[in-house]
Design a protein around this ligand. Structure first.
Ligand code: ADP
Ligand code: MG
Length: 521
């Protein structure tokens, strides 16, 4: 079975041209911050797949179906301080965040609600028997990006399908092309779902409490020199469209300069453009920054910490709180995979089994029995081929893959090995597609990653199961979908490894037949 269908050169040229125009018109762009001048700035279209990539429908639905269980699990883990402390006590970056939590705890927390905007990432794993399963790559709880870009690429693929752009010019007799119809292409609703989550948190916060404030607002904390504004700004604009004032402040200097804490711990935002006006009271703080250790340890490192303490001390609902930030650490993912641990958080054995089935093999790299076993695997030239070594860092580009692991560990002081986890490599079957990015056009075998968004709001409560009362849990109807050349280990699109994409959902046997045919061609 052949997919994508055979296209003539002129058909491809038309498709590429259509895609560029669609991307420019809809803001599917990256900002080239270095070109920022007084009156103009350049952008380029974000890397995109020309065709939606094939993905098994059943596994797509399985991933979406699991998201509410993952939301519940991770909310409960975030509220289990003791377990979190034990799990993360040896991690340097975790310690910086933990200290902030301790400092705030001493004063007493004044907000029981937390907003989760999570993203659970999966790849497909093919076993030698020809079955394909869903395996989790990682679980993200801070600054989950890519949702808006994927939302747009999914809209674009569906628009191109409607316009007949994917129909082959001539009927093919030797193979059976998959005739893409609207039913293969699920819509993604990231923008509306993430916005609805922020509105739910804003509503729970209620009216302003400080007499000094004029009204309430939502605050986005972002990284400076941000080239990925197209993935953030639309959420801000959607909130304004709902009459919710929303502002962006950079971590760190702007948070410190433009916010203050009242004696009763309302967080006030002082818009720099209106110094004489009354401040606004912040209902929700949404972090799209603060996930990299360098943000805390660079020049003026005390400031990011100070900014984070100020926000954490406040009555604002945080997305994430310090505790729900800590659960993003890969060490947490590995600790949850230890047999028996899930049942501490999930009373239903069915739910625990469904989650466990998505786990790859995960090992600590410490001096426990499992850790020593992992160290042996990692140092072995042959065995290491089947593994990925990961530090607890976010944002892409930090992992060590396969045969590079032994040499990397040899040059790394042994006392720091426990900061890593070892994970079995997920062996994705290859399908075919064409990718378009500033690096050029690529045609050949590709691998996709599905990231399911979970948007939930919970209240810490001693009486509730797992100390968590779920107040809102949005239907999981949004995802990010990214595709890269099969020869590339990493994925981040904005760092140039992969492309945004959307899935073309097909039955398992059609998917596997396309993988086989792709290998033979
Ligand atoms: P980050 O926090 O940097 O995004 P990830 O765990 O997502 O870390 O790893 C980055 C990329 O590396 C993933 O998007 C995926 O492409 C690849 N990768 C990570 N873990 C595995 C694995 N177990 N098997 C195969 N590829 C992996
Ligand atoms: Mg990742």
């Amino acid at each position: 079975m052949e997919y994508p269908p055979p296209f003539s050169d002129s058909q491809l040229e038309d498709l590429v041209s259509d895609i560029k125009d669609w991307q420019i018109t809809h803001g599917s762009l990256l900002k080239l911050v270095n070109t920022d001048q007084d009156s103009t700035v350049l952008t380029h279209p974000v890397g995109a797949c020309l065709f939606p990539t094939l993905f098994p429908k059943e596994l797509f639905e399985q991933a979406l179906g699991l998201q509410k269980v993952y939301n519940k699990l991770y909310a409960r883990v975030a509220e289990d301080e003791e377990w979190l402390y034990e799990t993360l006590k040896d991690d340097e970056f975790a310690r910086i965040l933990w200290d902030i939590h301790e400092e705030v705890k001493k004063e007493g927390y004044v907000q029981d609600h937390t907003l989760g905007i999570f993203r659970s990432d999966y790849m497909l794993d093919a076993n030698p028997a020809g079955q394909v399963k869903l395996k989790q790559v990682e679980f993200n709880t801070i600054s989950c990006a890519g949702g808006i870009h994927s939302n747009l690429i999914s809209d674009m693929h569906r628009c191109l399908q409607r316009r007949g752009a994917y129909l082959p010019a001539v009927p093919i007799d030797t193979t059976t092309p998959i005739n893409l119809s609207a039913s293969h292409l699920p819509p993604s609703h990231t923008l509306s779902t993430v916005t609805a989550g922020l509105i739910a948190a804003h509503t729970i916060y209620g009216p302003r409490k400080s007499p000094a404030a004029e009204q309430t607002c939502i605050l986005f904390v972002v990284q400076p020199r941000n080239f990925n504004i197209a993935d953030e700004r639309p959420i801000e604009y959607a909130l304004w469209d709902q009459n919710i004032p929303t502002f962006r402040v950079e971590l760190t200097p702007e948070v410190l300069a433009h916010t203050s804490l009242t004696p009763t711990r309302e967080l006030l935002y002082h818009p720099p453009s209106r110094p004489a006006a009354a401040p606004l009271e912040v209902s929700v703080v949404y972090f799209r920054a603060g996930f990299e250790p360098e943000e805390y340890s660079g020049p003026g490192c005390g400031d990011a910490r100070e900014a984070r303490v100020r926000v954490e001390l406040s009555k604002a609902v945080k997305c994430p709180s310090i505790l729900s930030h800590l659960i993003t650490f890969k060490k947490v993912q590995q600790a949850l995979a230890i047999p028996g641990v899930l049942r501490q958080f999930l009373s239903s054995s069915g739910e625990a089994v469904a989650i466990t089935n998505t786990f790859a093999r995960l090992y600590p790299m410490d001096t426990s029995v499992a850790g020593l076993e992992a160290r042996k695997l990692a140092m072995d030239e042959e065995a290491s081929e089947g593994y990925v070594l990961k530090p607890s860092l976010e944002g892409g580009g930090h992992n060590v893959y396969g045969s590079s692991i032994p040499a990397f560990l040899t040059c790394t002081p042994e006392e720091t090995w426990s900061r890593y986890i070892l994970m079995s490599k997920i062996a994705s079957p290859n399908v075919q597609n064409l990718l378009m990015s500033p690096q050029g056009l690529y045609k050949g075998p590709v691998i996709s990653e599905l990231g399911v968004f979970g948007v939930c709001l919970w209240r810490r409560s001693a009486e509730s199961e797992g100390r968590v009362e779920m107040v809102e849990d949005k239907e999981p109807c949004c995802w990010s979908f990214k595709t890269k050349s099969a020869g590339v280990d990493e994925m981040s699109v904005v760092k140039g490894y992969g492309c945004f994409d959307s899935p073309a959902l097909v039955d398992n046997d059609v998917f596997m037949a396309c993988c086989r045919d792709g290998e033979q061609s």
